[in-house]
Design a protein around this ligand. Structure first.
Ligand code: GUN
Ligand code: ZN
Length: 433
C-alpha cells in the first residue's frame, strides 16, 4: 500500500476549506491554487501544497493545465445494479421486481459477485470516485467480494450485507437469526480493516420486518463505529405502502427512528417525501440524506428539496444511485442536481455541488480527517481532470471570464471522458487509455 518514493503533482488544485453555502458564486470557502504542487509522502498522505517545485527526492509529474480535485465520494450506489442500469419504463416498486431483484439473485454465486465487484470498483475509479457507500446484495459472499476488491485497490468503501426478510423473492430473502449471525461475522472480519467500514444495511422498511429492523438497531447499539444505510421516502407508492406496513409510525422516517437506526453515521438515500418533523429528526440525529438526482429523475420519483434541508440544517451529500441512476459520473450527477434544484427556483453554485461530493460528504460521514480535501495529513485520493473535452466544451471553456463560470461549465459539460488519472492513497489506479 506504500509508494516507493514521494510524489509531487503540479496541476490546478481546487478544494474547499469550509462550507460554501448553496448559491454563493463568490465564496471564501473555495481554495483555488492554480499551477501548484501537491506533495504526497511514501505512505500516500498529502504532505503539503506549494507554489514552488520540490526537490529531487520527489518523483515529479507536471500536469499543468489540468484540474486536480479530491476524489469524489459517492454516498449511495449499488454494486450489482451495473447490470440493470438504463432499464426502461418502470417506477421504483416495479423496477425492483422486474429488473433489480433478478439481477441481484445472480450474486449468490461468489464468482459472479467477485467479477462484479472488480468491474464496479474499477468503474468508480474510472469516473473519478475514490470512496463510496455501497449496497452489495443480501448474500454474504457478495459483501465479502466487495470488501476484498476494495481492499485490493486501497479504497475507502463503506458497505454491508443487504437485509431483506420479506416482500422479496425466495432467493433474496434472509431471516433475522441468520442475518444477525452473518452481520456479526462480517463486522468482526471487515469493519475497520484498512479503509473499510461496515454499514448495517436494511434495504428499506418494506423488505424488513419490524423484528429485522430491531436486530439492525441492536447491532448499531453494540458497534458504535458501524454505519447504517437504507432508502427512505423515495416514491409516493412506496411511501403509501410503508404507511400500511407500519401503521403505528408517524412517518416513513419514523420507522427507522423507532428502531434506533438514525445517528450521525446513517446514510439515507432520497428523502424526497419528508415533512418538517422528519427534517428536524434528520438534523437532530445527525443523519444525512444522499441526494440522488439522476435516479430520482429516471425512476420518476420526485424532486428533493435541498433548500428546505439547508433551512432546517441536516446534512446532504450527492450520490449516483446506480442502477436507478443512469451514470456513475458525479459530474453528471451534479448537472442533474443543478437542474432539479433549478425547477424549484434554487440556483446551486458549482461550489455547492462539488463540496457535497467532497468535503461535505466526508464531514457527514465523519471521515474528513481522511478524505474530501487536499489538507496535509489526508490520504491522497485525488482525480486529475481535463477542463474540456471536444470542440463545444473547449470553446465554452475558452470563453469563461472567471473561475466559477469555468468550473460550472466543466461540471455541466464534463463526464468521465474528462478524467485523465485517478489516485488512491498516493497510488495511481486509473490512467485514461
Ligand atoms: N428502494 C429499495 N431498494 C432500492 C434500490 O435498489 N434502488 C432504489 N433507487 N430504491 C430502492
Ligand atoms: Zn439505492
Amino acid at each position: 500500500m506504500t509508494t516507493l518514493t514521494k510524489t509531487a503533482i503540479r496541476a490546478d488544485l481546487l478544494d474547499f476549506q469550509a462550507d460554501p453555502g448553496l448559491g454563493d458564486v463568490q465564496s471564501d470557502a473555495v481554495r483555488w491554487r492554480p499551477g501548484h504542487w501537491l506533495l504526497i509522502d511514501e505512505d500516500g498522505r498529502i504532505l503539503a501544497v506549494q507554489p514552488h517545485e520540490p526537490g529531487d527526492d520527489f518523483r515529479k509529474l507536471d500536469r499543468r493545465g489540468q484540474l486536480l480535485m479530491p476524489g469524489f465520494i459517492d454516498t449511495h450506489v449499488h454494486c450489482p445494479q451495473i447490470d440493470v442500469i438504463g432499464s426502461w419504463g418502470a417506477q421504483l416498486l416495479d423496477w425492483l421486481e422486474t429488473y433489480t431483484f433478478p439481477a441481484e439473485a445472480r450474486h449468490a454465486d461468489p464468482a459472479v459477485a467477485a467479477a462484479a465487484a472488480a468491474l464496479f470498483l474499477d468503474a468508480l475509479l474510472a469516473h473519478g470516485s475514490t470512496s463510496a457507500v455501497v449496497f452489495p446484495t443480501v448474500h454474504k459472499a457478495s459483501t465479502e467480494a466487495l470488501f476484498a476488491a476494495a481492499q485490493a485497490r486501497g479504497m475507502r468503501v463503506i458497505a454491508g450485507k443487504v437485509l431483506m426478510d420479506r416482500h422479496a423473492p425466495d432467493n433474496l430473502r434472509d431471516d433475522v437469526t441468520n442475518a444477525e449471525r452473518e452481520c456479526r461475522e462480517l463486522i468482526a472480519h471487515w469493519h475497520g480493516r484498512g479503509r473499510l467500514a461496515y454499514a448495517v444495511t436494511p434495504r428499506f422498511a418494506a423488505t424488513s420486518s419490524a423484528g429485522q429492523l430491531a436486530m439492525a438497531g441492536r447491532l448499531l447499539a453494540e458497534h458504535p463505529g458501524v454505519y447504517m444505510q437504507t432508502h427512505v421516502a423515495e416514491n409516493p407508492a412506496e411511501v403509501r405502502w410503508i404507511a400500511e406496513l407500519y401503521p403505528q409510525a408517524r412517518s416513513y422516517l419514523d420507522v427507522y427512528a423507532a428502531h434506533g437506526l438514525l445517528n450521525e453515521r446513517a446514510v439515507l438515500a432520497h428523502g424526497i417525501w419528508l415533512d418538517g418533523s422528519d427534517r428536524a429528526l434528520l438534523r437532530d440525529s445527525g443523519a444525512q440524506i444522499a441526494f440522488c438526482p439522476s435516479s430520482n429523475l429516471f425512476l420518476g420519483s420526485g424532486l428533493f428539496g435541498w433548500r428546505e434541508a439547508r433551512e432546517v440544517g441536516f446534512n446532504v451529500s450527492l450520490a449516483s444511485d446506480v442502477g436507478g441512476g443512469t451514470s456513475l459520473s458525479m459530474l453528471r450527477t451534479m448537472a442533474d442536481g443543478y437542474k432539479v434544484q433549478a425547477l424549484a427556483g434554487t440556483r446551486l453554485s458549482a461550489w455547492a455541488l462539488l463540496h457535497a461530493a467532497t468535503r461535505g460528504a466526508a464531514q457527514a460521514l465523519q471521515l474528513d480527517h481522511e478524505i474530501g480535501s487536499l489538507e496535509p495529513g489526508r490520504l491522497a485520493d485525488v482525480a486529475l481532470w481535463d477542463w474540456a473535452v471536444g470542440p463545444v466544451a473547449q470553446r465554452r471553456d475558452s470563453l469563461a471570464h472567471e473561475l466559477h463560470e469555468r468550473v460550472f461549465a466543466w461540471v455541466t459539460l464534463g463526464d468521465e471522458r474528462n478524467l485523465a488519472e485517478c489516485w488512491v492513497a498516493g497510488q495511481r489506479r486509473y490512467v485514461r487509455a
